[in-house]
Design a protein around this ligand. Structure first.
Ligand SMILES: Nc1ncnc2c1ncn2[C@@H]1O[C@H](COP(=O)(O)OP(=O)(O)OP(=O)(O)OP(=O)(O)OP(=O)(O)OC[C@H]2O[C@@H](n3cnc4c(N)ncnc43)[C@H](O)[C@@H]2O)[C@@H](O)[C@H]1O
Length: 222
């Protein structure tokens, strides 16, 4: 059986279809989306529906977690919901929400020696002791080992991850595809007009398709 790990889709349903086609996706392939299925792009509900109906697996991304919190009435106090998240709340069906809520923060694939997570893992911390915010939002590690959610907050966390598992992650569109000895970043910025990327095992093949257009202007992003 093949396993296709796919980077941040962010509602780019047409690009997801194109990528699956480029990979030669068959229903007996296992597909694992590494988080941020929703928000920013044009068709979050279409992405979740495809994943749900086709039996894909996913891990939860920071945007998925954010809309789930609002849906549960636990949005940050005194804050208003951004349009990109309101659109998700307005369009997902109850079945979509149930599926999204069932997605964990990380998944282990022992037979592949792979861990899938959206943000990252703090090197040296056992998997079960990793904090939720870092699993969702980690990007960098400072010289003294402090985790940071900022791109300029140190070196990429993946460069310090020593294995033994290969960690496949997303969340870092600014750095794009990251190849470290034991970590592979798959967010190639599709929603910003970049590419949507997949890593196919056991072939060890990186496949990507161009975004049809930029749905978010990087310069206009907060
Ligand atoms: N209390 C609160 N009140 C209201 N809202 C709240 C909230 N707490 C959380 N939220 C909202 O909930 C969401 C999740 O928040 P949170 O979980 O806090 O994540 P975040 O890292 O702050 O969210 P970002 O939107 O910055 O990052 P991202 O996950 O979209 O990463 P990406 O790499 O694509 O993008 C990161 C950046 O990189 C830029 N970028 C990406 N690619 C490129 C490129 N190639 N070149 C230049 N810039 C690029 C993007 O424009 C973007 O700015 C956010 O929208 C946040 O604002």
């Amino acid at each position: 059986m093949r396993t296709l790990f796919i980077g941040d889709v962010h509602g780019c349903a047409e690009e997801l279809d194109a990528l699956l086609s480029e990979c030669g996706w068959r229903p007996d392939d296992r597909v694992v989306l590494v988080g941020d299925l929703v928000a920013k792009g044009p068709d979050s509900a279409g992405v979740v529906r495809r994943a749900r109906e086709r039996g894909f697996l996913a891990v939860r991304g920071n945007h998925d977690a954010h809309v789930l919190r609002w849906r549960a009435g636990r949005g940050p106090k005194g804050k208003t919901l951004k349009p990109e998240h309101q659109q998700v709340l307005d369009t997902l069906t109850p079945e979509d929400w149930a599926w999204l809520e069932a997605q964990p923060l990380y998944r282990r694939f022992p037979e592949l020696n792979v861990i899938a997570v959206h943000g990252g893992l703090v090197p040296g911390v056992p998997l079960e002791e990793q904090k939720e915010d870092e699993l969702l939002n980690l990007r960098s590690i400072t010289q003294d080992g402090t985790p940071s959610k900022r791109v300029d907050g140190g070196e990429p966390w993946g460069s310090r991850w020593k294995g033994p598992e290969l960690v496949i992650f997303g969340h870092d569109a600014m750095r794009g595809i990251q190849r470290h000895p034991h970590a592979l970043g798959l967010d190639s910025g599709c929603v910003y007009g970049g590419r949507l990327s997949a890593y196919v095992l056991p072939e060890c093949r990186l496949v990507s398709v161009l975004a049809k257009r930029a749905y978010v202007d990087v310069d206009a992003s907060p």
